[in-house]
Design a protein around this ligand. Sequence first.
Ligand code: ZN
Length: 687
Amino acid sequence: MIRHSNYIFIIILTLLSSALSAQKFKSYNDGPYIKIKDGRTELSWIKNGRHKTEEGVTNDTSIFNVSGLPEVNLSELDFDRDLPTEYDNVSKFLAISDIHGQHDLFIKILVSHNVIDTTGVWTYGDGHLMIVGDIFDRGDKVTESLWFLFDLEKQAKRNGGHVHILLGNHELMVLHGDVRYINPKYQYTAGKLKVEYKELFSKETVLGQWLRSKNITEKINDIVFVHGGFSKQVLDKEKSLIKINDIFKQQITSKKKIKSNNSKLIDLLYFENGPLWYRGYANPNGFDVEVADDILDLLDAETIVVGHTSMPKIITLHDNKIILIDSSIKFGSTGEVLIMQNDTLYRGMDDGTKVVLGDDKDKGFGSPFNYVYNLGDGDLTIILNTDIKKLLKNKLKEEYQDSKLTAVHNNEFNRVWNIKLRSRGNMRKKICELPPLKLNFPKSTLRYLGFDGYDKLKLVIPCDDSKYAQEGNYKEEVVYRLYEIIDSIALRTRQVNIVLQDKKKTKYDFNGFFVEDEHDFSSRTGAKIINEGIIMGPGTQRESYLKLVFFQYMICNTDWSYYSKHNLKLIHLPGEKRTRAVPHDFDYAGIVGMDYAVPHDKMPIHDVWQPFFRGKNVTAEEVKMMAQFYNSKKERIYATINDDKYLSDKSKKQMTKFIDRFYETLDNEKQWHSKLINPKSLNSNKK
Ligand code: ZN
């Protein structure tokens, strides 16, 4: 029996014991996990990293209320077990998918669209909330979402509304004991409770029974919802959603039953192309409007709504026939929901605003570069499957060739693209074993998936597969980010792990980076790129000129020219009278230290480690101004190098030396004249 005084006692005990052995246990909370066995409830939970249990009888009238854990009304552990598959005359709904443990974002979205109030009370009237699978895995607040929904479903019913929860592949994985994606927190809980994680959702548990009662597909009005999608292959074999739900409940939620059953239909439903896993709709190749129509005919529906494949926003295909609603809530930062109201479908944003679905085609989520740039932290891998021999043979010709691009983000499959790629770059394609690459995405595919903007990506990869070339690539990427500290009008980059494969055999596996193309840069900043005419540095916007020449001096780079627009983009910003330049390609900079980098014959230095100031007509007044400016950025410059997660310690030290020397010069006025104001004296150093 659970009584209040017990809890106070437990909490005091917990505080005392955790104070005594604080370092022994991780301080976290999880649960409750409730088992009903022989008419008795058994409760387990983790409080401050410690395992707690209580037992009582099932007609318990108390409330489980432990701070930091979901509140559970123990007198209401029962639930509707017989859920219909079809719902008619629904006036409004809000659908969301792939929450993946991001409970806080989930709640924020529900509050902002008035499904609940800030205290968790249902305020959606007779509306329907539809969860299209994948509450489990990845994030660390899965238990919170489950108990929240367990309660909300009762609240909705009392108000004439409804909460639908469809199982996704991750629910099925947990029920089957596949724990590859569970958050480490839950491994810890399972360890503490001395059971397998799946046992916490066994048939003897409240949540386990509840999940097993759920459908995998439902229909509201004319709209079918399912986590992955229905392939034609599946529907040709079985098109009754009621039957499909029955097969899942009776056979597929139990791994044992799948194994002992030799049914073709079960195989079809359970494996890769089954309704919880299918990704066909997210792949524009081979999914045209005729196939969509066939599928909708078989389902006797107007629209099919799926989750499962992460998109940057809700995507609608073929006039709202297919709607992909997994809008990457799993990353925990933003997400969207599908709303139906007054017979109109909307994309609901996480701030509570909404736009008519399909009405905002002009406002896509940008170009592939914008997409990868905005993916946020986390590992991004692209696997390029192409004829590598041909690529290397043709690298000087810059000829496009076919490639498959598989994108993986945070170990999660993102998408396969059929793209074209070619070499690019001025010197590197001649000097390097591997040239920098340009990836060309098919325009129709991009538009299909809601991308807009420029369709190509520029990729800078290490010169070869040596550790040395890899470090050089890391350093160059850091230099791009250093320049962003100096001038906000800069090209952006995004780190990426690259696997180059030839007929599925991996030939190269290293890190590189995407660098913003001038088209992307222009549409972001409004800059006009100047390709014609001659512009000399001193004639450009003075402050940006000074920032740039001091920056090049800091990183020991002389490999740039205003006159020939070499490694500089000359741009014109709206509202500005004068032009300015944006630097790129820093592989000849001393701070990057590539072995092929030598200064141009015209430079009065004999190696790239020597600083040489290329600013023209810079006055002492201006040096002073720049010294002040660069000193205000000093901390961030050092931190960008030292906090980088890719650079080796050795590289950090090497780069830091360049920065040290630069600041020594800036801080020593006596050196200004010979080094910055009239640097020609360095001519004597020339060999
Ligand atoms: Zn999924």
